[in-house]
Design a protein around this ligand. Structure first.
Ligand code: COA
Length: 316
């Protein structure tokens, strides 16, 4: 399997840290120093489905294939307006594809998990062209009256088209069940029978604990996946990390003792876009002509669960 096309789509509304100072007890200085974020994009006039469609169409165009050539669609999403049907069904119609698909929710680690699924399907001979779309609107499950989570997130979508090849070298997926570090509890409809009804609540996060687990578990995943791929940290051209916090990325970088220039970021412009963050970064780097044939890319992500995953790709 290899990536043969990429695309991304972001909301047009830019919201800076200074904009947030207007209604939250926070400051540009605090957010920049603790997270590296300067601004984020927020859905205002568009829908998440507009972004997913735009990213998918761009990825198909860059792959040079039509939607009818797709054998499968995998969508990664934590939450959106439609609980059912799945995002993949709605997207199939809007891009004009005819194949089947499924949605996955592996929080911010969704892209790496989707890559693992796609590779398994290709190896089993079940598909030769797969579309992955990561589309996320985490700003819609934060409490905007509070400063603890709303400053961290941004909305966005990105897609990749996968085709036959040998670029996918190794993957590691990890999970430590610990719901309490990060969760969003949605309110369901009332029934006349349910006892002890639980009302929903916006995203709850234990930031400090999450920070520590994210650094240690991601570093562990990376060491394991490097070993599986039979390479050293120095063999990696770029580490494409989940863009959750610049200090988390820096913590992982310090453990690996690798140079800063190998850890590209765009968190300053978009905040944490959940599972879309790595494919958005990948698409931007390709557009900037920063990735070339033969480069080794290591992708690593973590999120609510607690889940984490890493994979190694050789760019073909
Ligand atoms: N603006 C200004 N001050 C804030 C603030 C904000 N947005 N949020 C918290 N503070 C204050 C706190 O009230 C606290 O004040 P005090 O010292 O007077 O009690 C102080 O800043 C430190 O808060 P703390 O939560 O300990 O800060 P931190 O250094 O741990 O940084 C995070 C907070 C959220 C940036 C950091 O813990 C983090 O990034 N964690 C991981 C989050 C993440 O990645 N989530 C997504 C995973 S996919």
């Amino acid at each position: 399997m290899k990536i043969i096309g990429t695309g991304s789509a972001l909301p047009s509304l830019r919201v800076t840290n200074h904009d947030l100072e207007g209604f939250l007890d926070t400051s540009d200085e605090w957010i920049t120093e603790r997270t590296g974020i300067k601004e984020r994009r927020l859905l205002s006039t568009e829908t998440l489905y507009d972004l997913a469609e735009e990213a998918a169409k761009k990825a198909l165009q860059s792959a040079g294939i039509g939607p009818e050539q797709l054998d499968f669609i995998i969508c990664s999403n934590v939450a959106n307006r439609f609980i059912t049907p799945g995002m993949n069904c709605i997207l199939q119609g809007s891009i004009g594809a005819t194949c089947a698909g499924l949605d996955i929710n592996v929080a911010c680690a969704g892209f790496v998990n989707a890559m693992m699924l796609a590779d398994s399907m290709m190896q089993a001979g079940r598909a030769s062209h797969i579309l992955i779309v990561c589309a996320e609107e985490p700003t819609k499950y934060c409490n905007w009256d509070e400063r603890d989570t709303s400053i961290l997130f941004g909305d966005g979508a990105a897609a990749v088209v996968l085709g036959p090849g040998n670029g996918f070298k190794a993957v590691q997926m990890s999970m430590i069940s610990n719901k309490d570090v990060l969760y969003y509890e949605r309110c369901m409809e009332k029934t006349p029978f349910e006892k002890n009804r639980v009302e929903g609540q916006p995203l709850v996060m234990k930031g400090r604990e999450l920070f520590r687990v994210a650094v240690s578990q991601s570093a562990k995943d990376i060491k394991i996946v490097l070993e599986k791929a039979g390479i050293q940290p120095s063999d990696v051209t770029y580490y494409l990390m989940h863009q959750a916090n610049k200090r988390i990325i820096e913590g992982i970088r310090a453990i690996l003792n690798e140079p800063e220039e190998k850890f590209p970021t765009n968190i300053e412009n978009y905040g944490n876009t959940s599972s879309a963050s790595i494919p958005i970064l990948l698409d931007e780097m390709l557009h900037a002509n920063r990735i070339h044939a033969g480069d080794t890319l290591l992708m690593s992500a973590f999120g609510a669960g607690f889940v984490s995953a890493a994979c190694v790709l050789q760019w073909e």
